[in-house]
Design a protein. Structure first.
Length: 396
């Protein structure tokens, strides 16, 4: 097995595969590209909200990684444990030192389940559930469909998360399900969010606040989950503006766990002070190492961490990396575009699209800040094939 490649891509998720497909097409079969990815499976994580809401098959969100690796790209089934950008190499868990001419870091983010005391041992039982892994997402629907009343609490932590709207999307589906199950009148639905508002873009914040108010959902801002007492069925939150603790009993507790940069990136020379890969926000080139690029959730790009953002970042990385290889000015520029399909119930969705400046960049010729059945159809039926057959193959 070769120990040096022209291009090494760290991570075989949405970002890594998308960039590999574009680079492979641009550079041809002799491109000498390797992807380092340990997992045998690839997951369509945007589908887990619908799985948790009981309206999408779990199995449809998983495919074998080997079927997605582009032709002529070498798959190294290993994981990176350290970067040595001064010597243009990475070290892997299997003890390999792999050299590169150019590096693309697309390693995603790390879910820190143990940052909430009591969560690892509580998840999946006693009404504690989470959409944030393939192994736990089924527990969400089990908890929702078996809910008979009481406190249903949904959390959003004081960290960046995958898709900033996802923690509340499952809440709206649950609220809808409770009404169908005739238990909503005996229920208190609570959204405890560490942020000071429901959404960072004013246009969509207003509509989400209206949805929450109309449905009698209680919003607790600046509340960060720190501890679960599963024996007492109590969730303990820290109020971020006072540091006092608030204890809430629960019958159902959907936890969005704290997330952050992977440890091997945080400890590397590639990281910024917060631990994310430090790149220029328009070119996606590293600010200190010109032969390194990054995209997706592991980067410090000041935008929401979504697959839609990756769809716009991948062509910029591919275009600029090829230009760098040819010693040309980098032509690609990313404007911070991201999108969040805000599911607000079964058959209802608001499609938020915006850029770095929080300015809406809407695709369709109608008001996307309204709940629409057509947008629900987009989320459930069109986005999955667009992901598998379009984005991951570098087609749009």
């Amino acid at each position: 097995m070769a120990s040096h490649y022209r291009i090494v891509i760290v991570g075989g998720g949405a970002a890594g595969i998308s960039v590999a497909a574009r680079l492979s097409r641009a550079l041809g079969k002799n491109a000498n590209i390797a992807i380092i990815e340990p997992s045998s499976d690839h997951y369509y994580q945007p589908g887990w909200t619908l799985v948790g809401g009981g309206t999408f098959r779990l199995e449809a969100t998983r495919r074998q990684e080997s079927t997605l690796i582009p032709r002529h790209v070498i798959w190294l089934q290993d994981s990176v444990v350290a970067f040595d950008p001064d010597n243009h190499s990475v070290e892997t868990a299997k003890g390999q030192r792999i050299g590169y001419d150019y590096l693309v870091v697309a390693a995603g983010l790390q879910i820190n389940w143990n940052k909430v005391e009591g969560l690892p041992e509580s998840i999946g039982r006693g009404g504690v559930c989470s959409n944030y892994s393939y192994q736990t997402v089924s527990s969400t629907w089990e908890s929702i469909r078996n809910f008979s009343g009481g406190n249903a609490i949904f959390t959003h932590p004081a960290t960046p998360v995958k898709c900033g709207g996802a923690p509340q999307k499952i809440m709206y589906l649950a609220d809808d399900a409770f009404r169908r199950q005739k238990v909503r009148e005996n229920s208190r639905v609570i959204f405890a969010i560490a942020n000071p508002n429901l959404f960072q873009v004013e246009r969509y914040r207003v509509v989400l606040e209206q949805v929450a108010a109309e449905r009698g959902i209680q919003t607790l801002f600046l509340h960060d989950l720190v501890r679960i007492d599963s024996a007492a069925k109590e969730a303990v939150f820290r109020k971020l503006n006072t540091s006092e603790e608030v204890v809430l009993p629960y019958n159902l507790l959907h936890v969005t766990p704290p997330m952050g940069p992977p440890d091997f990136i945080r400890a590397s020379p590639l990281a910024d002070a917060a631990g994310w890969v430090d790149v220029h926000k328009h070119t996606l080139r590293h600010v200190r190492y010109p032969n390194v690029f990054a995209l997706g959730d592991c980067s410090n790009l000041p935008t929401s961490k979504t697959a839609a953002a990756i769809r716009k970042q991948a062509p910029v990385v591919a275009q600029n990396l090829v230009a760098a290889m040819n010693e040309q000015t980098l032509p690609g520029s990313y404007d911070g575009y991201t999108s969040c399909p805000l599911v607000t119930g079964y058959g209802k969705m608001v499609l938020a699209e915006f850029d770095y400046d929080k300015t809406p960049q809407e695709t369709f010729p109608f008001d996307q800040a309204r709940e629409r059945w057509s947008m629900w159809l987009l989320k459930k039926y069109l986005l999955p094939p667009m992901y598998w057959y379009g984005m991951l193959r570098g087609r749009f």
